[in-house]
Ligand binder design. Structure first.
Ligand code: AMP
Length: 259
């Protein structure tokens, strides 16, 4: 199963991705997480991304596309993956299409988590407080100012993807304002429906493709020929008419006369 989770910052993509990977034995691929790891490790990509991320900007397309392409090739992603935070722009979505096409992989669905924007600030503040309570470092971009910028970025650059995937009949929208449990249940219900539909399509396609074996075809043809109504010739009709005609009555009169 290959999925994309689409939604603004704080919509619960990360939380849902974690829950879905357990159930479907697939890997979560979060570009944000990968970039944060690169920043922490001080890699060339991390150095390039650090300031952009801290300011709520978007890291250049070619960087994130490169990261995702490499990651999809890893053995643990063979069974499937959930993309969280990628694609974020139409060019990224087009690059992903091309990438999957070249790798002969199919995207199953894009799940959009639709949320009320006014709830997002509360959610992000809560996330920051929980991170602090665990003694972990709070994300530099989890502040009200940067969130406002990230939201504007989402509306301008990422929201067009809703139309992009809807046109390609991949988009499924889930109410992200429900409880975490409800959202997971709803996504799983949708994924089960997609799985069942794909299974039906595969079976139908296999049946349509299955060649009839030559021996079987010959047997079928002869059975059909046997069963088919035979042409009625004039001679036979005449013979049948003869057979059907009543036999002349036996001559009883003679015997009676003998007695
Ligand atoms: P996230 O963890 O998904 O909220 O991402 C955190 C930050 O990483 C974003 O605000 C961007 O600066 C950067 N980032 C993550 N994914 C992408 C992407 N697909 N394209 C560009 N920048 C990204």
């Amino acid at each position: 199963m290959r999925l994309i989770l689409l939604g603004p910052p704080g919509s619960g993509k990360g939380t849902q991705a974690q829950r879905l990977v357990q159930k479907h034995s697939i890997v979560p691929l979060s570009t944000g997480e990968m970039l944060r790891a690169a920043v922490a490790a001080g890699t060339p990509v991390g150095l390039q991304a650090k300031d952009i991320m801290a300011n709520g900007g978007l890291v250049p397309d070619e960087i994130v596309i490169g990261i995702i392409s490499d990651r999809i090739d890893q053995p643990d992603a063979r069974n499937g993956f959930i993309l969280d935070g990628f694609p974020r722009t139409v060019p990224q979505a087009e690059a992903l299409d091309e990438l999957l096409r070249k790798k002969h992989l199919k995207l199953d669905a894009v799940v959009e988590l639709r949320v009320n924007e006014s709830a997002l600030l509360d959610r992000v503040e809560k996330r920051a407080a929980e991170t602090r309570a665990r003694g972990e470092e709070v994300r530099l971009d989890d502040t009200p100012e940067v969130l406002t910028k990230r939201l504007a970025q989402y509306r301008a650059m990422t929201e067009p993807l809703i139309h992009y995937y809807s046109e390609r009949r991949k988009l499924l929208t889930v109410d992200g304002m429900m409880t975490i449990e409800h959202v997971t249940r709803e996504i799983n219900r949708i994924l089960a429906a997609i799985g069942a539909r794909d299974k039906r399509t595969t079976v139908a396609a296999k049946k349509a493709k299955k060649p009839v074996k030559p021996a079987k075809a010959a047997k079928k043809a002869s059975t059909a020929a046997r069963k088919a109504p035979k042409p009625v010739s004039k001679a036979r009709t005449a013979g049948k008419a003869k057979k059907a005609a009543p036999k002349p009555a036996k001559k009883v009169t003679k015997r009676r006369a003998k007695r």
